[in-house]
Design a protein around this ligand. Structure first.
Ligand code: SF4
Length: 420
């Protein structure tokens, strides 16, 4: 969000952030009055940005190659200039408007692409535009859809008809499309809540860790607050509901949790759960006070955790499958195998050198190496997505079938023996 000529202007990111955490919006509003300088993006964030721009340019090149006329809206000039240039390009009937600027007070947005659709009557004529954004992700996510809804809302006002579809051009080049009417109402309610919040913001707000923190530009600020206040979330493995129950009973810091008498009880919190949380907090406080790490060895619990694993055997193999989603077109088949080699752990790497080289992954010989050498247990770590690879040939189906068989076998085994 930003302030221009005394008026606030909001963006799709503001709405996405609000839906992730209202405290982020509270901070955003405060920052309009008390500006904050944020640290520079780290290397990972820069790499993601570069990859995002590459992906966007690749899609633009694809549209041009298909012979579509493209009107590119320059990023120079005021918002008003860019919006006017976008409307002009739409009126001229360009097949694609790249970096179109959209505005309808108090919202604005810059859609990656506006795609012309013929046969839909609009204020422009017998055609209209849909919105499309490029994303590196492999599947469309709700936050992408919310962003597109903001653009669709603004575009609908500009062309006099709601864009029929929202499109996400995914990192692997596929397009995920959604009917605007299927999410219109959800978006309307969300936008209304946001506008109410920013219209009458609360006088105070407290940061609570949540799933949005990983993506939030306020994470350094909030982390510093939590450390200064000895926030309960600093206790390892504590859950939100547990914090709520502790707070309701006057326990608001990790130190207070650590100092609770062993006989103390918290309503609706199991005694052994409280005991575990208290012991964990005590270890952390001891580390804080003495500078030395402390640990406590818990007694084995029959039938739980590592107790459910078979006894170690020299023939055990630990097989790992990794991927690099940022590699061009994605690289999914980076295998590693650890086995005992005369008393030493030996790591063997099997790396695919071609993206999407499923023959490598599903090679019967390599699977045979991974599975058949185990004398007692073979542990495989893998994404379930590996079982969902689209097959273009019968041969590929047969190869994938081998891994599916291993998964079915493993499922049947765990069902009969209990899940570890
Ligand atoms: S870091 Fe987490 S708690 Fe803080 S504003 Fe962001 S999402 Fe909210």
């Amino acid at each position: 969000m930003r302030a221009e000529a005394g008026k606030r202007i909001y963006s799709a990111t503001d709405l996405v952030n609000y839906l992730g955490c209202t405290h982020a919006t509270f901070n955003d509003l405060r920052q309009l009055v008390h500006p904050v300088v944020f640290p520079e993006d780290d290397e990972q964030a820069k790499l993601l940005q570069e990859k995002g721009i590459e992906h966007e340019k690749a899609y633009l090149a694809r549209l041009r190659k298909e012979g579509r006329t493209v009107a590119e809206i320059t990023s120079e000039g005021s918002l008003g200039d860019r919006v006017a240039a976008t409307h002009k390009a739409m009126q001229a009937g360009a097949d694609v408007v790249y970096q179109g600027a959209l505005y309808g007070s108090p919202w604005h947005g810059f859609s990656d692409f506006l795609l012309r659709i013929n046969g839909t009557a609009s204020r422009l004529g017998d055609y209209a535009y849909d919105v499309a954004d490029t994303k590196l992700a492999r599947t469309a996510k709700p936050k992408h859809v919310i962003q597109l809804c903001v653009y669709a809302d603004l575009l609908g006002a500009a062309q006099g008809v709601e864009p029929p579809q929202l499109h996400v051009v995914l990192g692997d080049g596929r397009m995920a499309s959604l009917r605007t009417s299927n999410v219109r109402h959800y978006y309307g309610v969300a936008r209304g809540r946001f506008e109410t919040f920013v219209g009458t913001p609360p006088a105070a707000s407290v940061a609570e860790p949540c799933g949005h923190c990983t993506f939030c530009r306020w994470s350094d600020t909030c982390t510093a607050e939590w450390e200064a206040n000895d926030h309960l979330s600093l206790a390892a493995s504590i859950h939100r509901s547990q914090m709520d129950k502790l707070r309701a009973n006057g326990i608001t810091t990790v130190r207070q949790l650590a100092m609770m008498p062993a006989t103390a009880r918290i309503p609706n919190l199991q005694a052994d759960t409280l005991s575990r949380l208290r012991a964990q907090a005590a270890l952390q406080i001891a580390r804080r006070d003495t500078g030395k790490n402390q640990h406590e060895i818990l007694p084995p619990s029959p039938g739980r955790g590592f107790e459910r694993l078979p006894k170690p055997d020299p023939g055990d193999l630990f097989f790992d499958m990794e991927g690099d989603p940022l590699y061009e077109m994605g690289l999914e088949y980076l295998f590693g195998l650890v086995h005992d080699d005369g008393g030493q752990e030996k790591f063997t790497a099997f790396w695919a050198h071609m993206p999407r080289n499923i023959e490598f992954l599903y090679s019967r010989n390599r699977l045979n190496v991974a599975i058949s050498r185990a004398r007692c247990l073979s542990v495989a770590f893998a994404s379930p997505r590996l079982l969902e690879v689209p097959c273009n040939t019968i041969e590929q189906m047969q190869l994938v079938n081998t891994l599916c068989w291993a998964k079915s076998y493993s499922d049947a085994y765990t069902a009969s023996r209990g899940v570890i």
